[in-house]
Design a protein around this ligand. Structure first.
Ligand code: DC
Length: 223
């Protein structure tokens, strides 16, 4: 058994996983790991190269050229793709879709697995993603499946993008989110689903602070 504590937080797009998990990790003194950033970096690489990401073999052929690193700068996670910090670029909406596409390729998932496990073996972590409680850390001390209604999740994502000055409509954001959730939960490799021993936390009626309190409470209760 690892001497470090691991908390797995999974859930659909826009459930607030990253902001809530980051805040909870800050409060509890854990390292926050955003695993979606790794899939986004692979997606970014393929997107830049104009790879047809629906062709798994084309994506797999890129893997040897991709080196990824997670570094912590002033307490914040940064992702390096072939030695370059791509933490900003990976947040673009077109890269969200690319990340979802490459994440359905089993070889991509395998390539990223060890990296995620090694971090959890060496730190107290709160790790968020889609398959953390089911595949990456099946023995996590605490598993939380964070969710909210799709309208609320889309509204949060819409507000975030508008605040960054992106010209998007609510309908576009909702469609995008529903499509990504559908693809993420219907792929054969490590689909998005709650682990059997996960506690489901619905943040639909909660604001940010309340959601952080809920998650911290669930973690403390189980440790
Ligand atoms: O959490 P995110 O939106 O940054 O993730 C981007 C995509 O990566 C998401 O659509 C599905 C995929 N992903 C995954 O398959 N497994 C994870 N552990 C994290 C993300």
């Amino acid at each position: 058994m690892s001497k470090y504590i691991s908390v797995a937080i999974d859930g659909p797009v826009g459930a607030g996983k990253s902001t809530i998990a980051r805040a909870a990790a800050g409060k509890l003194g854990f390292v926050y790991v955003d695993t979606g950033a790794l899939y986004r970096a692979v997606g970014l690489y393929c997107y830049r190269k104009g790879i047809d990401m629906k062709r798994a073999s084309a994506v797999v052929a890129q893997l040897d050229e991709i080196s990824l690193e997670i570094k912590r700068i002033n307490g914040t996670q940064h992702v390096f793709l072939n030695e370059k910090d791509v933490s900003e670029e990976i947040r673009l909406p077109e890269i969200s879709m690319a990340a979802s596409a490459v994440s359905s390729v089993p070889e991509v998932r395998t390539a990223l697995l060890d990296m995620q496990r090694i971090i959890a073996e060496n730190n107290d972590v709160i790790m968020d993603g889609r398959d953390i409680g089911t595949v990456v850390l099946p023995n996590a001390d605490v598993k939380i499946f964070l969710t909210a209604s799709s309208e609320i999740r889309a509204k949060r994502r819409y507000d975030e993008l508008r605040a960054k000055g992106r010209e998007v409509t609510f309908e576009e954001v909702l469609d995008d989110l529903n499509k990504r959730d559908y693809d993420d939960s219907h792929r054969a490799a490590a689909p998005l689903r709650a682990a059997e021993d996960a506690v489901v936390a619905d943040t639909s009626g909660l604001d940010f602070e309340q959601s952080v309190e809920l998650v911290c409470g669930l973690i403390k209760e189980r440790l």
